[in-house]
Design a protein around this ligand. Structure first.
Ligand SMILES: C[S@@+](CC[C@H](N)C(=O)[O-])C[C@H]1O[C@@H](n2cnc3c(N)ncnc32)[C@H](O)[C@@H]1O
Ligand code: SF4
Length: 234
């Protein structure tokens, strides 16, 4: 093995920390069944710093602040700054709510944030907003991508591919192919949390359909995409 190569057998390459259960969106599929309130046993600020130090001590180079809606944590900026003092590469996956203003994105960049990820599940505003169950999320996501690009943050897009967007998947691929992003992460539905109560399992896309999507729809589009496409499997 090359002396600088990362040995995945020794430690995780990446830690994604779900910083809070609180979120102001109400997505149909939410695996966390998130609602606007934090869970009673969430890590306080000191505990959060210990967690970040633990990531550093483990030798893991990347820490992603996820949720829920990580902007619901009042100490998010301090935690990103702290992670940067430890020379961790940092990412944030904010829920796209009115709290995600241009100033908020710039503030995260000023804390040293390296990468930001936005969820985008449909190319049509009405479809995305219906899925996230709050009006205006699609437009705000487009604007947030533009602002993050302007700030010089690396941008990632996360998309859930499932029954709700299978008909218009080509439109989503075309839209995403035009973005200035570092990668597109494709998720497939994990039947837990809110989607378990909202849909019967038979209505969910199963593993064979995932492969069919990849083979028939995603793979041919990939050479035209000037960024990496990742498939996230839980
Ligand atoms: C956990 S969220 C973190 C950030 C933020 N809450 C959001 O949704 O953008 C990361 C990704 O997981 C996806 N996700 C949520 N519930 C899921 C589920 N049941 N199955 C698969 N992906 C899911 C979201 O759509 C999002 O793109
Ligand atoms: S934005 Fe994320 S955490 Fe919030 S409700 Fe949607 S899937 Fe759940």
């Amino acid at each position: 093995m090359h002396p600088n190569a990362f040995d995945f057998r020794e430690r995780p390459f990446l830690v994604i920390w779900e910083t809070t259960h609180a979120c102001d969106l109400a997505c149909v599929h939410c695996r966390a069944s998130a609602d606007p309130n934090p869970a009673p046993d969430e890590l306080n600020h000191e505990e959060a710093r210990e967690l970040i130090q633990g990531v550093k001590d483990m030798g893991t180079p990347i820490l992603v602040f996820s949720g829920g809606g990580p902007l619901k944590r009042p100490d998010l900026d301090d935690l990103v700054r702290y992670a940067k003092t430890l020379k961790l590469r940092t990412g944030v996956i904010p829920a796209v709510t009115p709290a995600l203003t241009p100033e908020r994105i710039q503030a995260l960049k000023d804390c040293g944030l390296d990468q930001i990820a936005f969820s985008l599940d449909a190319a049509r505003p009405e479809e995305h907003d219906a899925f996230r169950r709050v009006g205006g999320v699609f437009d705000r996501t487009m604007e947030s991508i533009r602002i993050a690009n302007e700030c010089g943050l690396a941008v990632q897009i996360n998309s859930l591919i499932n029954v709700h967007n299978q008909e218009n998947l080509d439109e989503l691929i075309e839209l995403i192919a035009g973005f200035n992003i570092v990668f597109w992460e494709v998720f497939f539905l994990v039947p837990v949390g809110r989607c378990w109560g909202g849909h019967r399992p038979s209505q969910l896309t199963g593993p064979l359909s995932f492969r069919r999507y990849l083979a028939n729809r995603l793979k041919p589009a990939m050479p035209s995409m000037p960024f990496m496409v990742l498939r996230f499997i839980i």
